[in-house]
Design a protein around this ligand. Structure first.
Ligand SMILES: Nc1ncnc2c1ncn2[C@@H]1O[C@H](COP(=O)(O)OP(=O)(O)OP(=O)(O)O)[C@@H](O)[C@H]1O
Ligand SMILES: [Mg+2]
Length: 232
C-alpha cells in the first residue's frame, strides 16, 4: 500500500488542496484510493461529501479519530492530509505514517524561511534520517500574471523569475539532497474543482492544461523509486 502525505507546519500552504487533487488523480487512473484526514477540521472529508456520485470513488478515513485503522486493506494508495501547526511527538508520529512526504511551500520570503526550518527539523527525525520516509518540496500558489511578474519576465524570462523567488530554498534543498519538484501556479480552477468535490484532473483539460503539466514532475517522482523507502 502506497502512503503519501502532504505536510507543513504552516497553515494554508495547500496541503488539503494537493491531497484531494492527488487522490482524484489516482482515482481517475482506476486505483483504489483512500484519503486519510488527520485534521479535525476535516477539509478532505468535507470535500468527499460533495463529490459527485459519478466521479471515480475515493474512500474517506477520518484519521483524526482513529488513525489509519479504517483504511480498507484493498487500497492501492492512501493520501494523507494533516493539520497545520503540528510539532513535537505528534509530528514524529505523523511522519511515521508515510513512505513519501511532499511539503508545499508558498512563495513569500517568510513562508520559504519557515519551510527551511521545518524541513531541517523533519530531516533530523530517525525515520527520515534512515531514509524510510522520503521528502520532496513543491512550490504552490505561485502567481503568474501580476504586472510586476510580467515586467520581470520580460527581463529575465518566466522560468528564471519563478526560480529566483525560491532560489535560496533550492540551494538549501540541493545541499540536503531533497528534490524541489515543481512550481504549481495559483489558479482559481483549484477552487472551482474543490467546491464540487473534484480535482483539476476531473476538469476539462483545456482549462487546466498548464496546471496538469506542472503536476507531472510530482507524479513522476511519486512513481519513481526515489520517493520510496530505501531497501534494507
Ligand atoms: N494552486 C492554488 N491555486 C489557487 N488556490 C489555491 C491553490 N492551492 C491552494 N489554494 C487555496 O488556498 C487555500 C488554502 O489551501 P489549503 O486549504 O489546501 O491549505 P492547507 O495547507 O490545507 O491549510 P490548513 O493548514 O489550514 O489545513 C484554499 O482556499 C485553497 O483552495
Ligand atoms: Mg488543510
Amino acid at each position: 500500500m502506497r502512503t503519501i502525505m502532504f505536510l507543513n507546519a504552516k497553515g494554508g500552504c495547500g496541503k488539503s488542496t494537493l491531497a484531494t487533487n492527488l487522490a482524484s488523480h489516482y482515482a481517475r487512473q482506476g486505483k483504489s484510493v483512500a484519503i486519510a484526514d488527520f485534521d479535525p477540521q476535516g477539509s478532505s472529508i468535507e470535500w468527499l461529501k460533495v463529490r459527485p456520485d459519478n466521479a471515480p470513488k475515493i474512500h474517506g478515513v477520518p484519521a483524526w479519530e482513529q488513525g489509519l485503522r479504517h483504511v480498507p486493506r484493498s487500497a492501492d494508495v492512501v493520501v494523507i492530509d494533516v493539520p497545520a501547526a503540528v510539532h513535537g511527538a505528534p509530528l514524529t508520529a505523523l511522519v511515521r505514517r508515510a513512505q513519501s512526504i511532499v511539503i508545499p511551500v508558498l512563495p513569500s520570503p517568510t513562508d520559504i524561511r519557515a519551510a527551511a526550518h521545518f524541513i531541517h527539523h523533519v530531516l533530523l527525525m530517525g525515520r527520515v534520517e534512515r531514509r524510510e520516509t522520503k521528502l520532496a518540496v513543491v512550490a504552490n500558489r505561485v502567481r503568474e500574471n501580476t504586472a510586476l511578474q510580467n515586467a520581470a519576465e520580460g527581463m529575465f524570462g518566466r522560468a528564471s523569475v519563478n526560480t529566483q523567488v525560491y532560489h535560496r530554498l533550492e540551494k538549501f534543498l540541493s545541499h540536503l539532497k531533497i528534490p524541489f519538484l515543481t512550481t504549481l501556479r495559483e489558479n482559481p480552477y483549484y477552487l472551482v474543482a474543490d467546491e464540487k468535490g473534484l480535482g483539476i484532473f476531473d476538469l476539462k483539460p483545456s482549462h487546466v492544461a498548464r496546471d496538469l503539466e506542472q503536476w507531472q514532475p510530482l507524479l513522476k517522482w511519486l512513481e519513481s523509486r526515489r520517493s520510496l523507502p530505501d531497501a534494507g
